[in-house]
Ligand binder design. Structure first.
Ligand code: BJW
Ligand code: ZN
Length: 251
């Protein structure tokens, strides 16, 4: 993949760069994407059965078991060259604001800081009634994942209600502080990157348009077309685990 020298020059002189990441970035760590492949999550599970508040009300054991399966997979996964390159970019660029839709913690484990998690995280569940955070044991060893296992959710130590996964389901709002910070970093940046995201899920998908409206350069890193191409300054077609390290080398 040939990265234009003009883009490298824009990155060298940029005061603020913002990067939105999605499931494609963690795909090279072995975590499934949501759409587009036979192995993708929504090809194998109906989101209405597992990823809505209604699903949790109807069948909390199914939903908790499913997220425990996902959490174990994420704990067993390791950050890849793409995650590590983003950490290196945070050191090289004047300012890189990192916004992710991913619910894993691979950015943090690769050493990135101030990661905005728009869709929450698997590691931080909370009480479904009072919002009290629930802590998983820090000594926990990830089990061999078992997809269909039903597990009774833990109970809140404050009010006794069920604990729910700390992710953002369909129909739920993005945490206000995360969204405000993400929107501001999109509107104020000089260069906006979309990395490994299909750009289908709102409101995250709007961030690139906010950036473009305010005059930022827009760059996509994706193995496939997303339909966004005619509104991009640069379309870098290929895997994030190869293109991001190349960017780091060129800077
Ligand atoms: C690679 C690669 C490699 C692979 N290198 N690339 C406006 C219009 C239409 C709909 C709506 C709207 N506003 C709200 C909605 C409804 C809904 C929505 O957007 N639906 C659309 C699907 C139509 N949005 C919501 O409900 C949101 N809430 C909201 O808006 O609240 C306001 C509200 C309140 C009340 C009523 C109504 C509205 C919340 C959305 C929450 C999404 N949650 C999920 C699940 C999280 C928990 C979990 O993990 O289980 O988040 S859905 C799922 O999609 C997950 C992801 O974060 C998200 C985005 O997916 P992502 O990351 O883009 O992955 P993929 O798989 O789609 O794409 C991967 C890409 O990588 C592909 O392009 C590959 O080519 C590429 N790739 N390998 C580079 N190696
Ligand atoms: Zn509670």
């Amino acid at each position: 993949m040939r990265i234009a020298e003009q883009l490298i020059e824009s990155l060298r002189t940029a005061d603020r760069v913002t990067m939105l990441t999605g499931a494609g970035l963690s795909a090279e760590s072995g975590l499934a994407t949501f759409r587009g492949k036979a192995t993708s999550i929504w090809e194998n599970f109906n989101p209405m059965d597992v990823a809505t508040p209604h699903a949790f009300e109807q069948d909390p054991e199914l939903v908790w078991g499913w997220y425990e399966w996902r959490r174990m997979q994420a704990m067993r996964a390791q950050p890849n060259d793409g995650h590590r390159a983003i950490t290196a970019l945070q050191g090289k660029l004047r300012q890189l604001s990192l916004v992710t839709q991913n619910v894993d913690d691979l950015h943090e484990r690769a050493g990135s800081h101030f990661v905005r998690h728009l869709h929450g995280t698997l590691q931080h569940p909370r009480c479904a009634a009072c919002g009290q955070p629930h802590e998983f044991p820090s000594s926990e060893i990830p089990n061999e994942p078992a997809a269909g296992r039903r597990i009774e959710p833990p109970r809140c130590t404050r009010c006794g209600s069920r604990v729910r996964p700390g992710v953002v389901w369909f129909g739920e709002s993005i945490p206000r502080r995360e969204w405000e910070a993400a929107e501001q970093s999109a509107r104020l940046c000089d260069v906006f990157f979309c990395v490994g995201t299909s750009g289908l899920v709102e409101p995250a998908a709007s961030l690139v348009h906010f950036a473009r409206e305010e005059g930022a350069l827009t760059v996509q890193i994706n193995t496939e077309s997303t339909g966004l191409e005619d509104r991009l300054s640069y379309d870098l077609r290929g895997s994030a685990g190869i293109i991001l390290p190349e960017l780091v080398c060129r800077l």
